[in-house]
Design a protein around this ligand. Structure first.
Ligand SMILES: Cc1ncc(COP(=O)(O)O)c(C=O)c1O
Length: 496
């Protein structure tokens, strides 16, 4: 009999607890394809559940494509798990066509710095939170040290690597500073990882939707892309397993903690499952933990890297969102077998990241100022996020849905069916509100019904006003859609 346990005090429905546990056993390979599950009656009896509950769990697993039932024979682990969303492999368009045609650079740049626009477009930290004085002191200090004025070691300044390895303990990552590279932001860390660990033509998996910077890198490097759909608990493990079987990908790029653009986090049980799937299929996971220090409520889940026992997770983080984007400093942690390749890629791009700024950051971290800073900024972002969620609750018309992130800097808004994001974005801008259209976050820009709403830069009153206007525009477009539909159905009625 399988090792299953039911927690009757949990808020999770009994059938779902059972389905989740069996799903994990399948995805971790404890239950193999073709293996027979115990009969419903036996499971119900052993766990003291009703037959209906056990049956519902099996039905749920069948709906997820993980098991197959045959009348009279029983229920078996599916040979090839199938995602409910069809997975397709594609090549992203290179930059010129992709970003320019969708107007990402134009749109986002237009809004930034325009005082008259309430802009939700940029996932930036609030400039007023930047610890200018602490940083000034740190910089003045390192300017007097000769080491910071020259080129430094390729992997990064030892003082900073030492400080970062201590800091990563907060993400439950215990590593030697020797396994760490300092990079010019997380963007460069991702670029190095994709460049060094995959080749043109290889398939890589990304989240759907994903951070556009990673789509851009894959496009530039000529990778083929398969999008793994996300729900409120992060990427679907069923889709991940299916993608591994069908496409033999090289890498999975994932932002398991406070994902950009949706803000969702990978649920704890899925974290374990994702790492085990990667181990079984020889997949390297590039964990983008750029927002990992920006937990705004509850506990932040430990990084995926902390579950890695075979070296399959490459961890990336950055000081851009949690401290100061102008530093352009990020970090990459990898298993020693990958480090020479990663270091060579880093060297060919920019030799080293600014030793002066690295040393200043190390001096700043050494003072313990970063944790004081985080204690100060988290409540500020929490208040902004709450203002955004409450305004949506108040103003958004029926048919809208949105995520409720516990951290990060953005919320993902889904528009009512049939309302086009481009039309709404255009009109909202005319009325002084900037929003990033959702199709920027898909490799194939065909999805039209979402906005990423970033709250980091805006005080609560501006957020409330901006959301009120945006929701008015959405409501108008929804009404126009309804009258179009009514008109179409009237004209389609037979004349009698
Ligand atoms: C998920 C994610 N990864 C990476 C980056 C790049 O960060 P950096 O400024 O450190 O290069 C960003 C920036 O927006 C991001 O949102």
């Amino acid at each position: 009999m399988l090792n299953l346990a039911i927690d009757r005090a949990s808020e999770v429905a009994l059938y779902r607890q059972l389905a989740n546990q069996i799903r994990d056993l399948i995805l971790r390979g404890v239950l193999s394809p073709g293996e027979r599950l115990p009969p419903v009656r036996q499971v119900a009896q052993t766990l003291d559940l009703t037959r209906l509950t056990a049956h519902s769990a099996y039905t749920e697993l069948q709906a997820q494509g993980l098991v197959e039932s045959f009348v009279g024979r029983g229920t078996f682990v599916a040979q090839h798990p199938r995602s409910s969303t069809p997975l397709t492999e594609s090549s992203a368009l290179p930059r010129a066509e992709r970003w320019a045609s969708q107007g990402l650079l134009v749109e986002l740049a237009q809004d930034s710095g325009d005082e008259g626009i309430i802009s939700f477009t940029l996932s930036y930290p609030a400039p007023e939170t930047v610890p200018v004085h602490d940083f000034e002191r740190a910089l003045r200090h390192v300017l007097r040290e000769p080491g910071g004025l020259s080129y430094g070691p390729l992997a990064g300044e030892p003082v900073l690597r030492e400080q970062v390895s201590r800091l990563l303990l907060e993400r439950a990552i215990a590593i030697s500073p020797d396994h760490l590279l300092i990079t010019s932001g997380a963007q460069q860390a991702l670029d190095i990882a994709l460049r060094a660990l995959a080749q043109a033509g290889d398939t890589i998996l990304i989240e759907e939707p994903a951070y556009p910077g990673v789509i851009e890198i894959a496009a530039q490097l000529g990778h083929r892309i398969v999008g793994i759909p996300l729900d409120e608990d992060g990427i679907s493990l069923v889709a991940l397993e299916e993608a591994c079987v069908r496409f033999h990908p090289r890498l999975l790029c994932v932002t398991p903690t406070y994902h950009n653009p949706t803000g969702v986090s990978l649920a704890p049980d899925r974290r374990e499952g994702a790492v085990r799937i990667a181990e079984r299929h020889g997949l390297v996971i590039v964990e983008d933990d750029t927002y990992g220090f920006l937990g705004l409520e509850g506990e932040t889940a430990p990084a995926l890297k902390s579950l890695d026992t075979t070296g399959c997770v490459v961890h990336v983080t950055s000081f851009s969102k949690s401290l100061l984007p102008g530093l352009r400093l990020g970090t990459l942690v990898a298993d020693p077998r990958y480090l020479p390749r990663l270091a060579a890629a880093k060297q060919s791009i920019d030799v080293v990241s600014s030793p002066l700024l690295q040393r200043a950051l190390a001096a700043y971290l050494r003072q313990g100022a970063f944790s004081t800073h985080l204690k100060r900024v988290r409540p500020l972002y929490h208040a902004r996020k709450q203002a955004l969620l409450e305004s949506l609750q108040r103003w958004a018309p029926q048919g809208c849905a949105w995520t409720r992130p516990a951290g990060g800097l953005s919320v993902w808004l889904t528009l009512p069916d049939g309302v086009d994001e481009r039309d709404v974005a255009h009109e909202a801008r005319e009325r002084g509100v900037g929003v990033a259209a959702g199709n920027l976050f898909f490799a194939q820009p065909t999805r039209r019904g979402h906005f990423r709403l970033c709250f980091g830069l805006l005080p609560p009153e501006r957020i409330e006003r901006g959301i009120e206007i945006l929701c008015e525009v959405i409501t108008q477009h929804q009404q126009q859609r309804d009258s179009r539909l009514a008109h179409a159905s009237r004209s389609a009625s037979p004349l009698v």
